[in-house]
Each structure stands twice: as C-alpha cells, then as structure tokens.
Design a protein around this ligand. Structure first.
Ligand code: SAM
Length: 305
C-alpha cells in the first residue's frame, strides 16, 4: 500500500510554470490534495492519487514511478471533472465505481453501501468459525449482502462453502451478482432478493450480517459524504440502531443449525444492547471482537445445541 503523504506532500516551487496544459503528475496531485485538504476530507492525498490514477487509466504505483509525466488534454479534462465531483462531496468509490476489500477490487454503485475495511474483521471471524465446522460443506447465510463483498470473499477463501446471500434491494443483488461473476465464483453463491429471511429456505451453520445499525438521530450527524450519497436503507436501522440485530437474533434461530453461529457487525457503543438481545434469545458463547481502531465491531454467538 502506498503511503498517503509521500507524493502528495511534495511542494512545488513554481506550481504552474507554463500553464495548465503542461501540468505534471506531481503538480496536479499537490493541487488536488491541497483543495481536498481545505475541504477537510479525511484522506485528501489518497483521494487525489486514486482520482488521478483513474483519470489516466493506471494504478497508483504509476504516479510514483512517473511524477514528471505530463497529462494529455483529455486526461487533464477528465481529472478536473472528477476532482470537481469529489469537491462537491461525492465519495471517491462512487466516482471510480470501485472499492478494494480483502485486497480484491469490487464494483460499487450508489445502490450499494461502500464496503468498509472494518468489515474485514467480521470476515476473519467467520473464516475462523468455518475452520471449526469440520470437513463437510459449510452452509453460510448472509443477510444484507450489498455489493457482495462478505459472501464473495468467503466463497473465494473457503473451498467447501455453500453460500446464500440476500438483500432487500434487487439493485444491490444485481451489483453483488456481477461482482461474483468478476471473481469467478458465481456458482458458489445463491443470491436472493427480499426482506430479511423471507426468501430463505433451509438451515445454516453460520449466519453473518453487517446490517443497517445507525439510529435515526445518529444519521443526522453523519459526514455529508455518507449521509447524502450512500443508500439510507443500508444505514438507518430505526430509532434505536439495534432493530436489525434484534430481528437477526430472533428470526435467525429458526435458520441456524444446532451449535450454529450468528455473526453480526455492530456500531460503536452497541455492544451492551446487542449482547443483551442475544442473551434474551438464548444464545450462548457470546464473544465480541474489536476492530483495529479499538472499537467493538463484531459480535458472535452460538445457538445452543
Ligand atoms: C450496512 S449495509 C452492508 C452491505 C454489505 N454487506 C457490506 O458489508 O458492505 C446493509 C445492507 O442491508 C440491506 N438491507 C437493509 N434492509 C434490509 C432488509 N429488510 N432485508 C434485507 N436486506 C436489507 C441493505 O440494502 C444493505 O445492502
């Protein structure tokens, strides 16, 4: 991974020596980073690099190898247009229609949540639990698959997994199915559209979900680039924020095998309420795992045998 600051921190002595048309990669990066920084975007240098690399059809590494390369008129026009979209607040992943998860590229559209690195923690936990499940084919159900990153990563990592993935949004299911084809695992996942468990049949060894978990009040406090661009139904759970965890714990029992695991992502501060919900629904072996920022992020619980 290329560091945020290395190229974009470069300060030109003369920014535009001979007009926009001859601006080089390092100058453009510096300018875009500075503009994004002024707008208080969290990762201004990274955003600038991704958009510039995308504008010239290269990987980010290319920018480091060729900081003195000039852009053609078309490339420069494209970069300016994309930078303007970013300056208005549009997330980079929706501009490039691409987001990395588990070191793989996934297509994203405004119909799906942009996958977050924190969710990789949940995938790690499901992989560990899958290892305990023995040699037979392990059956996994994902509720709320969005772009499909969780199910597709699990299907790619687990040879013996049979996966069902659902989402209430048919448009999200279309994005997930396309990602599955792009990753050559389409035969391993059954994609279903519908509300929660409604389209699902059968029993599973693991149910995994990164459900909507933002409360209605919290939603108003989200960064504009999340609040104004990502699908509301992927974010807002209800007045409490834990409404989906409740439904998953309550209805999930009917779809879990004995000793099967329910694995859910949670938001900051939701540990206590979600663990209580699981206890009230007679789950045992309740465990919590924090993400790399120290925020409790994943809750796992076993359906008693
Ligand atoms: C937080 S997003 C997670 C998306 C993806 N799994 C990820 O981790 O990036 C929640 C997902 O749940 C879906 N969803 C919301 N309400 C639902 C419901 N009632 N039934 C099924 N899926 C639902 C949304 O469409 C969205 O794709």
């Amino acid at each position: 991974m290329v560091e945020e600051s290395a190229l974009t921190n470069w300060k030109p002595v003369i920014l535009i020596a001979d007009g926009n048309h001859t601006m080089k990669i390092r100058q453009l990066l510096w300018k875009a980073r500075s503009d994004f920084n002024d707008l208080k975007f969290p990762t201004p240098g990274l955003d600038a690099e991704i958009l510039l690399a995308f504008s010239i059809g290269r990987e980010r590494d290319f920018l480091y190898a060729h900081p003195g390369r000039k852009l053609s008129d078309n490339e420069l026009k494209r970069f300016c247009t994309l930078s303007e979209r970013r300056k208005k607040g549009e997330p980079v992943a929706y501009i490039t229609r691409k987001k990395e998860f588990w070191s793989r590229d996934f297509e994203v559209t405004p119909d799906v949540l942009i996958p977050r690195p924190d969710t990789e923690i949940m995938v790690e936990e499901v992989l560990k639990l899958s290892g305990k499940a023995g040699k037979g084919g392990i059956r996994i159900l994902e509720i709320g698959t969005g772009s499909g990153v969780i199910s597709i990563t699990l299907a790619s990592e687990l040879e013996n997994a049979v996966i069902t993935a659902t989402d209430c949004s048919p448009k999200a299911i279309a994005v997930a199915a396309k990602n599955a084809v792009n990753h050559n695992i389409e035969g391993k996942i059954l994609f279903l559209s519908g509300d929660m468990f409604t389209p699902v049949e059968g029993k599973f060894d693991i149910i995994v979900s990164n459900p909507p978990y933002i409360s209605e009040n919290e939603f108003t406090l989200l960064a504009p680039e999340v609040r104004d661009y990502e699908p509301r139904h992927a974010l807002i759970a209800g007045p409490e924020g834990t409404e989906f965890h409740c439904k998953l714990a309550r209805d999930g029992k009917g779809f879990l095998e004995k000793n099967g695991w329910l694995v859910m992502e949670i938001g900051a501060g939701q540990r206590f309420s979600v663990c209580k919900i699981l206890q009230e629904n007679d789950y045992c072996d309740i465990n919590v795992r924090s993400d790399y920022s120290g925020i409790e992020r994943v809750v796992m619980a076993r359906k008693e045998g």
